[in-house]
Design a protein around this ligand. Sequence first.
Ligand code: ZN
Length: 525
Amino acid sequence: MHQTLYRKYRPQTFSEVCGQDRITSVLRRQIADETYTHAYLFAGTRGTGKTSCAKIFAKAVNCEHPVDGEPCNECETCKAITEGRLLDVLEIDAASHNGVDDIRDLCEKVDFLPTQCKKRVYIIDEVHMLSPSAFNALLKTLEEPPAHVLFILATTEPGKVLETVRSRCQIFSFSRIETEEITKRVLYVAEQEGIKLPESGARLIARLSDGGMRDALSRLEKCVGYPDELTDSALEYIFELGSQELITSFAVSAARGDQAACFTLLDDLYRDLGNLKEVLQQILGAFRDMLLYAAKVPFETHAGRTDTLQARLKAQAETMSEGEILYQIGVLQDALMQFDRLSVNKKILAELAIVKLCYPDPSKGTLALEARVAALERRIASLSGGFSSSPEDPDPTPAEAGKKAPSADVPSKPKVAAPKQGKPEAKPAARTQADGETFESAINDALSKSDPSRRALYRILKFRRAGHVLHVYGPPYSIAMFTPRKDAFLAEAQKLDPELNAVELISGEAPANANGGSDTDLDSF
Ligand SMILES: [Zn+2]
C-alpha cells in the first residue's frame, strides 16, 4: 500500500522530532524520571509534531526497554504501537467523534486495566471539536483518572478548550518549525526518495508550508515521480504559483513606470485571483520586499515567491531609493483604504493606483517628488543610451529605451490596451529587439486567449526565432503539454509573422539572446 511521505518519515523517537527540542527534552526527562503526569495538552498549528510526540510518548511509557526516556522501537510493544495495533493505545479524532456518547463510551472503559502494556493511553486529536457535553463527560474522568491511564489531548485551537479541562493538563505549546529546519528535512527526504530537488526548491517548500512539517512533506509528495531537476519554474507550475510571477512582474513594471504592462498584468491578476483587494495586497507585499532590499535589511521573503522571482525584485530595488519605494507603498495603501471606504468600481480604483504608481505627482509631497525625479533620471539615462546617471541599473531593457518619456503634466488617460496586440504588418526585415519583444508578447497573448486554461503554462515557455523556424523552449512537462497544440500554435504564430513556417519544441533552457530576439521574460509585457 502506498504510504504518504509524512507517514513514512514520521519521527519514531523524541530526538527525531524536528524543531521542538524544548518540549521533547522535558518529556524525555519526565519519562526517564517517571515524573510524568496523567494528562497533557499539546497545542500548536497543524503539522508541528503534536500527534507524533503523543505516539512517541505512548511508546516510551510502555516500552519494554526504554533508553533515557526514548522508546526502543524494537520491542513488541513499541512495534505494535507504531503499527497502530495495540488496543491499549487509542487514537481518537474528536473532529469526527465529538459527541457525548463517544466520550462516555471511552470513559466507561477507563477503569479496565490495560491488557498488553503498563499504561492505557488515550490520544484525543482536535480535542477542541468536542461538544460541550462531551467536554463535561471528559472532565469527570480527567479529574480522577485511574493510575493506569494517560490522556494526551492535542489541539490547534487551545483557546477553544474549556478552561476546566486545560487546568487539569500539563500544556505544551508546539511552535511553528523554523524554515531552515524544514528545509533540511525536506532535502533529506527528497534525497532518500530520489527526488531531484535543489536547496532553493526545498526552501520554497518550507516557506510555503508556514512552519508545518506535514504540509511540507505533502508538498514534496507532489514532486514524486518528476524525472528532472525541479527548477523554480517547474515548482511554480506544480504548486500553481503563477500569480506570484504576475505579482512580481507587476511590481517591477510599476517600479519602472511601465504603465501599459501594469494594465495588462492587472487584468491577468484579476482573472487569476478574482479579487482586486487581494491583488493589491499582494502587490503591496512585493513592494514591502523591495523596500527591505533597498534598505538592506535581512528579512523573511514571501512564501510563494521562488528565489528567481525574489532576485528580480531585489535587482529592481537596487536601482531605486527607499523614498521612491515608500511613495509607491503609500499609493497602494491609499488605494486599499479607499477600497473599503468608497463604493465605486474597484477596478477604477486599481487603475488610478497604477497611474499614480507610474507617474508620481510632485505636488503630493516630497516622496512623490523624489520618486518623480528618480523616474525621470532613469528615463533620461535610458534615452541617452548608456550615458547613465544610474549605471548600476542591472537591466535597462530596450523596451524601456523605446518608451515615451512621461509628459510633464499629469497624464490625462492611461493607455489601457497593451501595445503588444500583435501587428501582422510588422516588417520582419526591420526587426529590432523591442520589435522582437512585441512579437513574443503577442504570441504569448494570442496563446493565452485561445486557451485561457493554460495561461500559466504558456508563461513558462520561451520563444526564439531562427530564420523561418520558431523555437519554443521550456521544461519537459510544459513542452509535453504543449505538443498537442503545436499546429494550432503555428497558425497563431503565422498570423503575427507570415514568414514563419515551422515550430520546433525543445525541452530545456533557451539559449541566451545575442541577436536581438528576445524571450518572453515577463518584463517585456
Ligand atoms: Zn520498546
